[in-house]
Design a binder for this molecule. Structure first.
Ligand code: EPU
Length: 338
């Protein structure tokens, strides 16, 4: 285990923000993680995974632990299902490709999501009608205070829309080291109801899609709307879609009858933040090197040399304007690192 000094984090965050880590250490096993947490002289640390859901706003004056524990293995299987263990440092999309090569179903709608497997439970990643919780069995996490490994069941994780125990009560207490997922080997539960998927499959003339076809459709949709972080720095959706009470939703929709929405429950309605931001005139706008993507207003981008604070100032301006226009509060989905 080697500790490096003054390392640039530009290549380690998909926003491509330039910031330095005073100390930086790559972790490739659970034992190394244990060792790193008990090192003398480094009281504060920060856990870095795929760097795809964060905005760094200043140099990190402490130890950055880059979690890069690799490995995928089968835990058990029968004729219909397989349960796999995936270590935290496995890239999420590489995992999706690994499952498709073997015709294991469950992850196809979650194709091309940036980031690592170990961070997937923290915000219960989701796209095109599927969330991590739909295939999740459990995860293993190290308690920072004791360096002991603990098992968390799906219930323990308290998953919600872009929410989990690890973002709330468990915040700052655990480091997820591996996840366990249950996938189908046959009779795949294909989910193609999400509007964009069914129209993409139709456009391709596919009536009875395989899981590979679904993945291809999702990849095509994402590539048409969402910028590739390798070409244009970004962190996916910057904001969460706000969830409104029945009363607030009623007020909103009566003055904006053309707005898209999803019914979450009898009492809650989700409104796309991308629509609110586009209607507020921000889509495609640029402020220096910070901007709002031209195809998806929910995605903020770094044209090259934006600082975390440039992005944050723009985000604040968007939040205030959306509130003034619609009386709806939108909040960041990404973690703001101060
Ligand atoms: N819309 C606009 N203008 C925009 C963007 C969206 O009017 O600039 C409208 C669309 O026309 C559509 C609705 O908003 O009617 C929803 O748009 P979309 O299907 O693109 O999805 P989203 O709600 O903007 C969410 C997730 C994405 C995920 C997609 C597909 C959140 C915060 N974002 O976006 O997740 O890929 O659905 O399931 O829930 C991410 O988390 O990083 C992410 C990309």
């Amino acid at each position: 285990m080697k500790i490096q000094e003054n390392i640039s984090l530009k290549e380690y965050n998909t926003f491509g923000i330039e910031a330095k880590a005073k100390y930086f250490c790559e972790i490739t096993s659970v034992n190394e993680l244990k060792e790193a947490l008990t090192l003398d002289g480094y009281p504060d640390f920060f856990i870095l995974g795929g760097g795809s859901n964060m905005l760094i706003t200043q140099d990190l004056d402490y130890l950055v632990l880059y979690l890069n524990i690799k490995g995928i293995e089968t835990l058990w299987e029968d004729d219909d299902h397989i349960c796999i263990n995936v270590n935290a440092g496995e890239n999420w999309h590489r995992l999706v490709l690994w499952t498709l090569e073997r015709n294991y179903g469950g992850l196809e709608n979650l194709s091309l999501i940036p980031g690592n497997s170990g961070t997937a439970p923290i915000q219960n990643i989701g796209a095109y009608g599927v969330e991590l919780k739909d295939i999740f069995v459990s995860c293993q996490a190290m308690e920072i205070a004791t360096q002991e490994l603990q098992q968390f069941s799906k219930d323990d994780c308290k998953f919600g829309y872009r929410e989990s125990y690890f973002k709330n009560e468990g915040k700052g207490k655990y480091i997820i080291t591996s996840i366990q997922l249950k996938l189908t080997k046959r009779n795949h539960q294909r989910k193609i109801d999400y509007g964009a998927i069914s129209s993409e499959l139709k456009a391709r003339g596919i009536e009875d899609p395989s899981i590979q076809d679904i993945s291809n459709a999702v990849v095509a949709i994402r590539q048409s709307k969402l910028p590739d972080p390798k070409e244009l720095g970004n962190s996916g959706s910057f904001f969460k879609n706000p969830i409104l009470s029945k009363k607030d939703f009623h007020n909103f929709i009566s003055s904006n009858p053309e707005a898209p929405f999803y019914k979450v429950s009898e009492t809650e309605f989700k409104v796309p933040a991308g629509w609110l931001i586009e209607q507020s005139g921000f889509k495609g706008k640029r402020y220096g090197d910070a901007g709002i993507h031209k195809n998806q207003a929910l995605v903020l981008v770094n044209y090259g040399n934006a600082t975390g604070n440039d992005i944050m100032d723009m985000a604040q301006h968007i939040m205030t304007t959306v509130y003034n226009n619609f009386k709806i509060i939108i909040t960041p989905e990404v973690n703001i690192i101060k």
